[in-house]
Ligand binder design. Sequence first.
Ligand code: OXD
Ligand code: MN
Length: 589
Amino acid sequence: MSLTNNATINNWVEEMRKLTKPSRVVWIDGSEKQLADLRAESCSNGEIIELNQEKLPGCYLHRTAVNDVARVEHRTFICTPTKEDAGNTNNWMDPKEAYDKLGKLFDGSMSGRTMYVIPFSMGIIGSEFAKVGIELTDSIYVVLNMAIMTRIGKAVLDSFGNGTDFVRGLHSKAQLDEENRYIVHFPQDNTIWSINSGYGGNVLLGKKCFALRIASYQGRKEGWMAEHMLILGIEKPNGETKYIAAAFPSACGKTNLAMLIPPEGYRKKGYKVWCVGDDIAWLRLGPDGGLWAMNPESGFFGVAPGTNMKSNPNALLTTKKNTIFTNVVHNLDDNTIWWEGLDNNPPTNALNWKGEKWDPTSGEKGAHPNSRFTAPAAQCPCISPEFENPRGVPISALVFGGRRAKTAPLVYQAFDWNHGVFVGSAMASETTAAASGAVGVVRRDPMAMLPFCGYNMGDYFTHWLEMGSRIKKQPKIFNVNWFRQDENGRFIWPGYGDNMRVLEWIIRRCDDEVDAAKTPIGYIPNINDINIECIEDEVSVETLKELLSIDTGLWKEDAAGIEEYYNKIGGRMPKELLDQLDALKSRLG
Ligand code: OXD
Ligand code: MN
């Protein structure tokens, strides 16, 4: 029975029911009782496995189909009315063609199954920054994950009342047929259709599909921004907290940075780092004329392998209860889980991520490299006291980063907002060949939004520039690179908690407490302003100089690479960024 009198919602649910033909429809009310019943049902049909409830209370294991383990970018489409509106960096299908094609796949796709109706809110329910969605799905796994990742249930509908501005998400596992797997967005209709997948990034429609692709489109229309950014707060010894939002391509340690533990020297002085979000930031103009950020999610969907008590104790501790693990190793001895990089004691009596008997000495990985944990953010030991604040937090600095062996210095600051937009637009990571020290292939990933921007990338840059002109108290913009290498391909910056040393410089720049040296690419720290106390053995003054050095030859090559990339984006590249590129070239000489 429907949980709302909202006719727009009810009519749409009914229309989708007629299309997908489930045997019954269940509305998710958000109660613990209903979720407990669903967990029990999901355990009884083998979709999830209840783990050791003494060691891991409220925790479950799920295995996806072996051909369904990651986001499928080549099957992800932005179906704007014209191809130009989606731009050259997105796959495009004509909306009518897409509705027809997927309509056929959805026709009867839920027959014999239950359709779950999940009302969800991205952001605190009822807050002026929050947005409502409804996801229809035939997967209990999706319901249980959405209950962690978003705020769900009847409270969402009650607060929404008779509103009509909600995102319509339709998901069916159908036959999990790889050949007919589609993740399709209709931004102008607030609609997402996802079929033939059961993997989180493709099916938890609140996350990448809504909170980034659809929301980026909404943000442009409505004057705000949806960004692929973590949000963290740095509490200074005087009790004041400064907030930073930061964008990184995948495999750059984003979750680790979001939950960083400062080095001992900083902790003794009274510094603390608070996590507001690990993946997505919605940014708006605040009443003070500044930029404010809110994490629209309520959980972490983090990569498991490599997470351990050294790399990210806060993430690991977050997953000790009420967590769904996907595609990790199942330790049969004590009914717990394991993954590569958790510790040095792989279980000997275990199943791998596919559910096959696994021998840790075989050389084969036990957990899938993209295996995940879905855990409530509120369980994170360093979750920010502002996490539930509906207004979000004021942002002092925006940080872009990538994985560059040589080109980008450890940190530099953009000259101003527009130059910062240029820096973000040119973001890139290199595939590493660390052993040989070879410089890998450069992959551009503007603002880490390449797979997540729901419209033309040139228009997206224009939106960034326009936002800047509207922000009276502009955040300062920085670029960091934790991955500088020496000539032998060795990383020369320790990273992890020591990244705090760079964050400290960033907030001191925001507070006008330190000078910096002007270079052709931006402002870089004076050597004495990066605190290397207690790591002098690892990072000598010489090493720090190398970390901050700028190789003009490499930068000229990079400028050529940026130009090539801009050409690919095509005719809607804003002139301002082309001018920024010219200015960089002339500064490089
Ligand atoms: C993610 C991603 O899963 O960026 O967060 O791919
Ligand atoms: Mn992400």
